[in-house]
Design a protein around this ligand. Structure first.
Ligand SMILES: Nc1ncnc2c1ncn2[C@@H]1O[C@H](COP(=O)(O)OP(=O)(O)O)[C@@H](O)[C@H]1O
Ligand SMILES: [Mg+2]
Length: 426
């Protein structure tokens, strides 16, 4: 049964602590069809505590008065970032035996295993329930892959598997994935899908390593062979292993969508923009100069490899002390496209919109704190590395069919265009 407007309590693990403390409550009402009004209120006791932090310093500053939220179905961005996305939602639908249309946003917050991104948890009582520390281990990977493929085939999950293995996740994104603990680290494991025509785990792995070689700050990754399949293991950057406690501390996490205060539907994408995100970094980041330069590199890299799935949830900031820093890069996957003339990234690049070409990448470099010359030098340095992509992908085990497909994605002629086609003059 769907609960009518439950009061959801938000718990936070404060920096430098393993304790969960209640920090706020959230009630979402639906005053009309498809109209949502969320009321997010920090707790009085939380506000009086020392060393507390805002979930989002600019859109949810610490204050007694409630914050009203109408976007994102009434869920504040920083809270929504800890809620499951496409894959996690499918697991919860199977678990509840109910279709998506029947499950409210607050229910998604309340259900599912406890491995949300960042440092938040949710519950229906003022005080948090004891924290179940149950994270899958590497030896369970085969069973987890099987379970995820069963979910793909017929939308069902064997209950026993769900109970014992928790093959769900609150991480965002669409590919099957779970959190795995091993070697005193927490990893996000991305699985193959039965319908895959290429080994996307190896392709993504090779792309992450190419980006690292090109000078980007990239999350640590490795391939784990499971039977005949490959799993991509990404070390979770929002968890920090503490050897004394033999546990992971959590770091605050906000997506680019939250930082941009943007919508994620078809409409409301006006704010999906690299220059705007760079502007936001000026106030969010503890090192705006370094982070804006890094963001420029990521935009250029995405253009170089035609990673057109670079939407705002594929960018993030992590809490760092009392402030924030750009997270390591993740979810870098080339998309083979047919168009030879023009390719568009998901975010605005420069004065010529989203075009993934040099004329656009170099059209507006000041938001990134770069002169034209400095920007050009960054690009040249990256090109030196990315030009050697074939050998790198081959050495990471990408097969010839994969390489042939990638020919249409990496450094396409459209990337090198120095002049905008007439039709898209500003
Ligand atoms: N290394 C990581 N550490 C922590 N969180 C991560 C890491 N990589 C990805 N994430 C989070 O998990 C989500 C899903 O991962 P992603 O690689 O984007 O998968 P998908 O291909 O399904 O979109 C991301 O949006 C991000 O919030
Ligand atoms: Mg993603």
């Amino acid at each position: 049964m769907a609960l009518a407007h439950p009061r959801v309590y938000v718990y936070i693990q404060l920096p430098g602590s393993f304790d969960w403390v209640p920090c706020a409550s959230l009630v979402v009402r639906e005053p009309g069809a498809n109209l949502f009004e969320g009321t997010f209120t920090y707790g009085q006791r939380y506000l009086k505590r020392s060393g507390v932090v805002a979930l989002d310093p600019f859109h949810l500053p610490l204050q007694e008065a409630p914050h009203r939220v109408t976007r994102l179905k009434g869920i504040p961005g920083a809270v929504r970032d800890a809620s499951p996305d496409a894959w996690g939602r499918r697991v919860i639908q199977a678990k509840l035996h109910r279709p998506d249309a029947d499950i409210g946003e607050t229910e998604y917050l309340l259900h599912g295993p406890d491995d949300a991104a960042g440092n938040l948890r949710f519950g229906l009582t003022r005080d948090p329930a004891p924290h179940p520390r149950k994270i899958n281990r590497t030896h369970q990977l085969q069973a987890l892959i099987d379970a995820s493929q069963k979910l793909d085939q017929d939308g069902t999950l064997p209950w026993e598997l769900l109970e014992s293995l928790e093959p769900g996740t609150r991480m965002g994104g669409a590919r099957p994935k779970v959190s795995i603990e091993d070697e005193q680290r927490i990893w996000l494991a991305k699985f193959p899908e039965e319908s895959d025509r290429h080994n996307w785990q190896r392709i993504e792995y090779a792309t992450l390593e190419l980006a690292r070689a090109a000078g980007l700050d990239v999350c640590r990754a490795r391939i784990e062979r499971v039977g005949t399949q490959d799993v991509l293991m990404l070390e979770r950057f929002d968890r920090e292993w503490n050897p004394d406690r033999r546990a992971c501390a959590r770091r605050g996490f906000v997506s680019g969508l939250t930082v941009l205060d943007a919508e994620d539907g078809i409409t409301g994408r006006e704010r999906w923009s690299y220059p705007l995100l760079a502007d936001e970094l000026r106030r969010w980041s503890r090192d705006p100069q370094a982070d804006r330069r890094e963001l420029f590199r990521r935009m250029v890299f995405n253009a170089m490899v035609t990673n057109t799935d670079d939407h705002p949830r594929n960018h993030a900031l992590l809490a760092a002390g009392s402030g924030w820093r750009l997270s390591p890069a993740y979810d870098l996957v080339p998309q083979a496209q047919m168009s030879l003339e023009r390719r568009d990234l998901a975010l605005t690049v420069g004065r010529f919109g989203r075009a993934a070409s040099l004329y656009n990448l170099l059209s507006q470099t000041t938001p990134f704190g770069l002169s034209q010359e400095a920007a050009q030098a960054e690009i040249d340095r990256m090109l030196d590395v990315v030009r050697g992509w074939r050998d790198r992908y081959r050495s990471h085990g990408v097969d010839q069919r994969g390489l042939d497909m990638l020919e249409r994605a990496i450094l396409p002629p459209s990337f090198f265009a120095m002049e905008a086609p007439q039709a898209i003059e500003p």
